[in-house]
Design a protein around this ligand. Structure first.
Ligand SMILES: [Zn+2]
Length: 105
């Protein structure tokens, strides 16, 4: 869900063409870091990202649960808290569901 890509961009702070670390959450850019001067540009994607995430949970519930099952800590801690406050609640629900399933089985 979280990915970092190196891109050669024009920095608006140091005004150089420099390597930038572009951080993605899903298909949205959340942060761009200028490797040259260290300037961090954060993009508030919560409005755009959460509906997209909700849509993906609705259409692909198994895929979402799988991400958390494989590496729940990494999935959560790599996200800014603000972006992830709602999905965190969902994670708890996922856990509850899995716990109850285990108890039944
Ligand atoms: Zn820069």
């Amino acid at each position: 869900m979280m990915a970092v890509q190196e891109s050669f961009l024009r920095c608006t702070v140091c005004e150089r063409d420099a390597e930038h670390e572009v951080v993605y959450a899903g298909r949205f850019v959340t942060q761009i870091v200028c490797v040259h001067c260290g300037a961090v540009t954060r993009l508030d994607v919560s409005e755009a990202y959460l509906p997209d995430l909700a849509d993906r949970i609705q259409t692909k519930p198994r895929r979402m649960a799988g991400v958390f099952r494989d590496d729940p800590a990494a999935s959560v801690t790599s996200f800014p808290g603000r972006v992830f406050s709602k999905p965190l609640r969902m994670l708890r629900e996922v856990r509850d569901v899995r716990r109850s399933r285990r108890r039944d089985g």
